[in-house]
Ligand binder design. Structure first.
Ligand code: RFL
Length: 406
């Protein structure tokens, strides 16, 4: 819960128009948009700069998000280095079925590892646009969010002293386990969906085994292959929720991946050292509304979507564009339209992506459910994507996030 602001030791605590809590893709994008418009802000981050620049996570960015970054001067390296994907492939019954979405729509998926994007965004914010940022802060707390004089306090990592910062707005961009979620008032409605499955998320120091994303639907469970770079590939293996990653030796992982992604006319997987093995219990949540007084939530702080359809960072960027633009309009021109409509505008795309992730989960996990009826309807759903032009177009639109209205 939000608490009244503590008395500060210093005679006049610093004041920023906006305090951004969290330096992930959402927070750093908001910070960059504010700085480009000459609006001062302070970004607070619990981890070190080195840590956030290396933390592996997302890779797939949708084309509208790339263009949104480009319009705001934030896509220079991405446009130079990211790979453009034009198809994905479903593997089942020992065969591979390519879905060439660019042929259908003219649109691409871009693959650019999240740590590279975060590195670009921190550099631009702090080193180029002169934005203020504090790394390694501890015990962040939000205060007086229902007043027009909110504040954020934190413990300074060097001195160990509490610091208080006053502001006009707090951008809560600190992910699923941050201080913003902890400060939500009782009136916040949080809805959840638990998939009841786990995914073993793996990062392999190995070149991709195909130039596209692969989805393996196998009676033993789902397996995924997501190229990240010429040397790095993310893989996923469906497993029981709460499974222990230590039970998955490298050999067991590679044997299982090979079995679940096997296709008669495709080469075997290229193996390599596994740099990350963690079990994700797959679930989604949505906080409604995304605004509480002067606290504006963005990204995973407001909504989580399991990485089934690679949507989380895309949603975080969409929120950040809307929030950054809304704050700039209000703080530089007094125009409240963007901020007033912020929550509703974000939530339309959020709910659409939540629904698509749950629909896609049905395809990924249906054949291994042990229920022959569900396996039958799963294969019917998949066949429809490949045989009906209307179903293909609908799938491509949702997979790429290209709907013209949300
Ligand atoms: P982040 O990235 O979690 O950043 C939040 C930041 O806040 C800091 N923090 C705090 N700072 C201050 N005070 C506190 N009290 C704080 N508590 C935390 C954290 O250290 C962090 O730096 O949230 P943001 O910006 O909303 O971005 C969301 C995305 O990171 C997330 O949705 C994606 O990674 C999801 N995701 C994917 N999304 C895609 O669009 N495409 C993908 O291909 C994709 N692949 C993935 C993914 C997520 C994965 N995991 C780990 C669940 C693959 C995986 C394996």
């Amino acid at each position: 819960m939000t608490s009244p602001s503590p008395h500060s030791n210093s005679p006049s605590p610093p004041r920023f128009p906006v305090v951004v809590v969290g330096a992930g893709p959402a927070g750093l994008t908001v910070g960059n948009i504010l700085r480009a418009a000459g609006v001062d802000c302070l970004v607070l981050e619990t981890e070190s700069r080195e840590f956030i620049e290396r933390r592996p996570r997302a890779g797939v960015i949708e084309e509208w998000a790339v263009r949104g970054l480009e319009r705001r001067g934030l896509a220079g390296n991405l446009l130079e280095r990211a790979e453009r994907h034009s198809e994905c492939e479903f593997r089942f019954d020992g065969h591979g079925y390519r879905f060439a979405y660019t042929e259908l729509t003219g649109r691409h998926h871009w693959v650019y590892p999240q740590p590279l994007l975060v590195t670009d965004l921190v550099r631009e914010y702090a080193d180029v646009r002169g934005g203020e940022i504090r790394f390694g802060v501890r015990d962040v707390r939000l205060h007086d969010l229902d007043s027009d004089r909110p504040a954020v306090s934190y413990t300074d990592p060097d001195s160990g002293e509490r610091r208080l910062v006053h502001c006009d707005f707090v951008a809560g961009c600190d992910g699923a386990r941050g201080a913003s979620r902890a400060a939500l008032p009782d009136r916040a409605r949080i809805s959840r969906h638990d998939y009841g499955i786990g995914w073993l998320a793996l990062l392999a120091e190995a070149p991709p085994s195909a130039d596209r994303v692969l989805f393996g639907m196998h009676p033993r469970g789902f397996a995924g292959h997501m190229p990240r770079s010429a040397e790095m590939t993310r893989y996923y293996l469906q497993c029981p929720p709460g499974d222990d990653p230590d039970d998955w030796s490298d050999d067991r992982v590679w044997d299982e991946l090979q079995q679940r992604l096997r296709a008669a006319d495709r080469p075997p997987l290229t193996r390599g050292r596994l740099l990350e093995k963690r079990v994700l219990d797959m679930h989604n949540y949505v906080v409604e509304p995304m605004v509480f007084g002067r606290l504006f939530l963005a990204g995973d702080a407001a909504h989580l979507v399991a990485p089934i359809a690679a949507k989380g960072m895309n949603l975080a960027l969409n929120d950040a564009f809307l929030l950054g633009d809304g704050l700039v309009a209000y703080l530089t021109k007094g125009d409240p339209t963007g901020l007033d409509g912020y929550s509703a505008a974000c939530l339309r795309r959020v709910w659409d992506y939540q629904e698509f992730s749950e629909w896609l989960s049905g395809i990924y996990h249906g054949t291994s459910s042990g229920d022959p009826h569900r396996a039958g309807t799963t294969l019917a759903r998949l066949r429809r994507v490949f045989t009906s032009p209307v179903a293909s177009a609908a799938f491509a639109e949702q997979y790429l996030g290209t709907a013209t209205a949300y």
